[in-house]
Design a protein around this ligand. Structure first.
Ligand SMILES: Nc1ncnc2c1ncn2[C@@H]1O[C@H](COP(=O)(O)OP(=O)(O)O)[C@@H](O)[C@H]1O
Ligand SMILES: O=P(O)(O)O[C@H]1O[C@H](CO)[C@@H](O[C@H]2O[C@H](CO)[C@@H](O)[C@H](O)[C@H]2O)[C@H](O)[C@H]1O
Length: 479
């Protein structure tokens, strides 16, 4: 049985801000209430599904929690405990209340999710859905993945990955909507969707169900694009200069062992193929030049706000504004469509059969309506170009990660790596039928600068020690 609501909400309001995935770290929680409670498993241990309504400032956000209760909490679950243990001992035998914990860490409870999906069950307002004809095994044990995430993903054996969305957005989650459409279209560049979990609208109305979780094929041989790129950059820095050479720019980056350019080219081609599949599945519309001017004005307004919030950005403001002014001056009708929306090297996996794209949820720091907005596909290209800049400068920015060398020489090397891989990605993208980045220079530059402004704010808020990475690359791009 759950403790009285007052005790539960007090414990949750204390626990929530300490969670990596909690998005409201900017300010205190004013008030927390329980939106829905659904018991998924009775007994000891028991499993409850909760939606928490978190009121902060003028907004209310909804978070999903799988709440486990046990009278005896084994050591392996202590780290996941919510609230202090009951004072009079934790043993249920004397009638004391059960201990509460985040049940994503309890494989004895999470198997209920697979059971529900395999059986296409309904429990209270929760619906477990299976994607057309998918067979779902129920004998697999779960383990949460350890990557830094804005959600929580559980690995079931090495067959499935189940992403549980933490902060819920209204209606169908973008990641589900896009992945399901691409799976149905037979796109080879996304992991196949096997099922999903959703919550009926609270008022019983005819609104869209809210997506709670997504079960996909786990790509067990996949290597993350960021790790592969960083290995290549490391190799590039470790590569010794031949006698007589004094400028890294004169060196052919392909001479270093871990050259990434061929992969960058293949990634560009896969990106263009996904863009085509998205256009086929969701359509393309054209926005008039006026909207392009409005977009440039929004980019500039975000820059102004970012300079205020992160003063080290201000010295670059003039050059950044210049790119937005150019975009407005050359505004012409623009084709827009569904895109990835937060495209970077951490969102792609290389498997033995090619590149796979993950996480179509858009930028986590933006509100849902903006994440869903249609965009020109070069916005994603710009995101990936920024990622090459990040990868090239990550090691030089983290002091001591590379041999001591003059700042100028390091920047030359970073630039050489980024330029080589940017060019290869763009060639791959255009050769597979994507819009030629070279033919849209001012649009691409504006998107790239818009992303850089977002990154500066993102890093200042979430990972201050990373802030020099986008700032350093901006210093180069705007000089
Ligand atoms: N289908 C998959 N197969 C293999 N690994 C995956 C798969 N989906 C996600 N991952 C791994 O999990 C990480 C987080 O997934 P992601 O969808 O980006 O979550 P979040 O939205 O919480 O950031 C990815 O960077 C990737 O390493
Ligand atoms: O992966 P998420 O959807 O959570 O995206 C957010 O976090 C990313 C960092 O984890 C952030 O990406 C930035 O850092 C990456 C290296 O860690 C780099 O490859 C990207 O180019 C850079 O934008 C992303 O912006 C943010 O939305």
């Amino acid at each position: 049985m759950l403790p009285p609501e007052g005790v539960l909400t007090r414990d949750l309001a204390e626990w929530l801000p300490r969670q990596r995935w909690f998005g409201g770290k900017d300010g205190p929680i004013d008030h927390l209430t329980i939106g829905t409670t659904t018991q998924l498993l009775t007994g000891d241990p028991a499993l409850h599904h909760l939606v928490l309504d978190v009121h902060q400032n003028t907004t209310t956000d909804h978070y999903q929690l799988l709440l486990g209760t046990r009278h005896h909490l084994p050591d392996r679950l202590r780290h996941a405990e919510i609230g202090a243990p009951p004072e009079d001992g934790a043993d249920g035998a004397d009638g004391t209340r059960a201990r509460l914990y985040d049940a994503v860490y309890d494989a004895d409870l999470t198997r209920t999710l697979l059971d529900g999906l395999a059986a296409e069950a309904s429990v209270g307002p929760l619906r477990f859905r299976r994607a057309g004809g998918a067979g779902i095994r129920t004998d697999l044990t779960s383990l949460p993945i350890t990557t830094e995430q804005s959600n929580t993903s559980l690995l079931f054996g090495d067959d499935y990955i189940c992403k549980l969305f933490r902060r819920l957005s209204s209606g169908v989650n973008l990641d589900l909507e896009v992945n399901l459409a691409l799976t149905r279209a037979g796109c080879a560049h996304v992991p196949a969707v096997l099922g999903w979990i959703e919550l009926e609208p609270r008022d019983g109305g005819d609104g869209e169900p809210v997506t709670l979780g997504l079960l996909s094929d786990y790509l067990r041989t996949g290597a993350n694009g960021w790790s592969l790129a960083i290995a290549s950059v490391r190799d590039w820095y470790a590569h010794t200069m031949p006698p007589g050479e004094d400028e890294w720019a004169e060196l052919d980056a392909s001479a270093a062992g871990g050259d990434f350019a061929a992969e960058a080219g293949r990634l560009g081609a896969a990106t263009a193929e996904v863009h085509r599949a998205l256009a086929d599945a969701f359509g393309v519309t054209t926005v008039p030049a006026d909207e392009v001017r409005a977009m440039a004005a929004r980019m500039n307004a975000e820059l102004t706000a970012a300079c205020r919030a992160v003063p080290p950005l201000a010295p670059h403001a003039k050059a950044l504004t210049g790119a937005f002014v150019d975009l407005a001056a050359q505004a012409a009708p623009l084709p827009v469509q569904r895109v990835h929306g937060d495209y970077h090297l951490g969102q792609v996996l290389r498997t033995e059969s090619g590149w796979t794209l993950l996480d179509f949820e858009g930028e986590p720091a933006r509100p849902p309506a903006e994440r869903r907005a249609l965009a020109h596909p070069l916005r994603d290209v710009a995101g990936m170009l920024r990622s090459f800049e990040y990868a090239a400068r990550f090691l030089v920015t983290k002091a001591g990660a590379v041999p001591a060398e003059s700042g100028r020489s390091l920047e030359t090397r970073a630039h050489a790596w980024a330029a080589r891989n940017r060019a290869a990605f763009c060639r791959g993208y255009a050769s597979a039928g994507g819009a030629d980045p070279a033919a849209h220079a001012s649009l691409l530059r504006a998107f790239e600068f818009e992303k850089a402004v977002y990154e500066v704010r993102y890093e200042a808020r979430n990972r201050p020690s990373w802030l020099p990475v986008p700032l350093r690359s901006l210093a180069h791009l705007t000089s």
